[in-house]
Design a protein around this ligand. Structure first.
Ligand code: S3P
Length: 164
C-alpha cells in the first residue's frame, strides 16, 4: 500500500480521523486543502473569490497528482476531490481510498458556521442535494467505507484494523 486517502463530504471528519490514523500508523499526515493553499499562496476562500472554482479544481488536481511521488502518507482529501474522475485516475492503484460515511445532518452541523466557499454560497437544502449527488462517487472511489457517525477514534481504529 502506498498512501491512505480519506474522502467524504465536508464535515465528515476527514481531518480529525486522518490525524489520529497517521499517529496510529506513524505515517505522515497531509491535508490536501492545505497543500492547495500552499501552492496558491492564499486561503481557499480567496482562491474561489479571486480565481473561481475552476482554478481551484485545477490546483486540486495538480496537488492530487503530486501524491504519486509520496509513500506512507495519510491524506485528507477535500469534499469535492473524489467526485472528479481525473483525480481518481491520478491516484496510484496501490493507494487505499477510504470513504468516511456520515449522514448529512452530522456533516452540516460541523460546517454550517464555517467559511467554506460552497457553504457560504449555498442554502442547507442545496448542500443536501450536493451531498446526495456526491454520495455514489465517494462509494465508487473507495476501497473501504467506514461508518463515521461516531467518535473519530473509533473510525480511525476501524480503518487501521481493516487495512490490506
Ligand atoms: C470542497 C471541500 C473543501 C475544500 C473546498 C471545496 C468541496 O474541503 O476542498 O472548499 O467541493 O466539497 P473539506 O471537505 O475539507 O471542507
Amino acid at each position: 500500500m502506498q498512501n491512505i486517502i480519506l474522502c467524504g463530504f465536508m464535515g465528515c471528519g476527514k481531518t480529525t480521523v486522518g490525524k489520529i490514523l497517521s499517529r496510529m500508523l506513524s505515517w505522515e499526515y497531509l491535508d490536501l486543502d492545505e497543500m492547495i493553499e500552499d501552492e496558491a499562496g492564499k486561503p481557499i476562500p480567496v482562491i474561489f473569490s479571486e480565481d473561481g472554482e475552476q482554478a481551484f479544481r485545477d490546483l486540486e488536481h495538480e496537488v492530487v497528482s503530486s501524491l504519486a511521488k509520496r509513500i506512507r502518507c495519510v491524506v485528507s482529501a477535500g469534499g469535492g476531490t473524489m467526485v472528479y474522475e481525473r483525480n481518481r485516475k491520478a491516484l496510484s492503484p496501490l493507494d487505499t481510498v477510504v470513504f468516511l460515511d456520515a449522514d448529512f445532518e452530522s456533516c452540516y452541523s460541523r460546517i454550517k458556521n464555517s467559511n467554506r466557499p460552497l457553504v457560504c454560497k449555498h442554502t442547507k437544502e442545496e448542500l443536501e442535494t450536493l451531498f446526495n449527488q456526491r454520495y455514489n462517487s465517494y462509494l465508487e472511489a473507495a476501497q473501504m467505507t467506514v461508518d463515521a457517525r461516531f467518535q473519530p477514534q473509533t473510525a480511525a481504529e476501524e480503518i487501521a484494523g481493516r487495512l490490506p
